[in-house]
Every structure is written in C-alpha cells, then in structure tokens.
Design a protein around this ligand. Structure first.
Ligand SMILES: [Zn+2]
Length: 191
C-alpha cells in the first residue's frame, strides 16, 4: 500500500471499520506521517461458480444479494443484515482459496447464516437452492425447524409455515379463517 503523498510503502492502521461490503481503514504513512484512507473489499471477481449443469460463470455479487433480498422480503431484519451476510459469504469463499466453487456450496453458505438470522427467510431460500427432491424432504426440513417452537401442534406445522410465508400470524385474530387447503407443499418447493 503506497502512501499517496510520498509513495512510501509502509503505513500504520489507525482505525478500521466495517463498511458493509468492505472495510475502510484510516492509515498513517510511516515516512511522512500524512493520513489516508483505504477501502478493502473481498475479491470475488475471479471466482467461478460451477452450476448444476456444469456450466461456469463468474460469481455475481448483485445476483447473490438479489436472491437473499428476495428471501428476506418484509422480514423484520436489522439494517445492514443482508450486506453483512453477503460479506461473510464472500469472505468464506475467498478464504477457501479456491478458484471455483459450486452453486450448491454457495447456497449452503447462505443458508447456514440465514438459518440463524431468520427462519422464514431460510425456508424461502432453501426452497430455491436446496432443490428438494420430494415433498417429504421439504416437510421434514420444515418440521425440524419448527419443532422446538411448536411442540404442541405437530400436525399444524406445515400450515403454520405457509401462513408465516405470506404474513406473520397475528395472535389477536385467533385462528386463521382459511382452511389448510389442498395447496400442497410442492407449491413452496417449486417457487
Ligand atoms: Zn507518506
């Protein structure tokens, strides 16, 4: 990192802060003492993603953000949560030191984090990226997520989730009027 004032190649970091998609550092040149700011961002441009059909494409940051944003739509998440998640995924990908990574592995990295962040967003994302083979697998996944929170109504777990995907249930209104319709869980899996 060359000092923009005297081109000296050594500087001291005075301050570091996370800027969401990168890190801003305030530096002080060890030769002339002047201060300057650098911005570090994880390099993902050369990372190739191997898709399921074997085709390769560059890791598209915007696409990654768009997918996560969609899954998190209308969820009560703190500001910057998605940026932070994307940043973590990029860092994990970069730290792997690999030249290419499967689309599945990226989906996995996102899901691991979404699972802790927001269950509904996780399920939405998983329904796209996990490629659930059948309804049963999808149901098992949902049940495993809901189990700790809804132990009293095991038979309604799927219904509960479908409701929550549309809007968060409001307790004051009591039971939802809509019957658990014939709309099968494939709907969600296909979305
Ligand atoms: Zn300098």
């Amino acid at each position: 990192m060359l000092c923009p004032h005297c081109q000296h190649d050594d500087s001291k970091v005075m301050d570091s802060r996370d800027a969401g998609d990168g890190i801003r550092r305030r530096r002080e040149c060890l030769a002339c003492g002047q201060r300057f700011t650098t911005y570090e961002r994880v390099q993902t441009r050369d990372m190739m993603v191997v898709k399921r059909d074997g085709r390769r494409e560059e890791l598209d940051r915007e696409k990654l953000i768009a997918g996560i944003t969609k899954a998190c739509a209308k969820r009560p998440l703190p500001t910057g949560a998605i940026d932070k998640l994307v940043h973590e995924v990029e860092t994990a990908v970069s730290d792997s030191g690999r030249q290419e990574i499967s689309a599945e592995a990226i989906g996995q990295l996102v899901m691991e984090r979404l699972k802790d962040m927001d269950r509904v967003a996780y399920i939405r994302y998983a329904s796209i990226y996990r490629d659930f083979k059948d309804v049963e697998t999808f149901k098992e996944e949902i049940e495993s997520l809901l189990e700790p929170q809804e132990p009293s109504e095991p038979s309604n777990q799927l219904t509960f989730l479908e409701e929550e995907l549309v809007r968060r249930p409001r307790r004051r209104r009591g039971r939802p009027q809509k019957q658990p319709s014939a709309a099968p869980p494939q709907e969600a899996a296909r979305a």
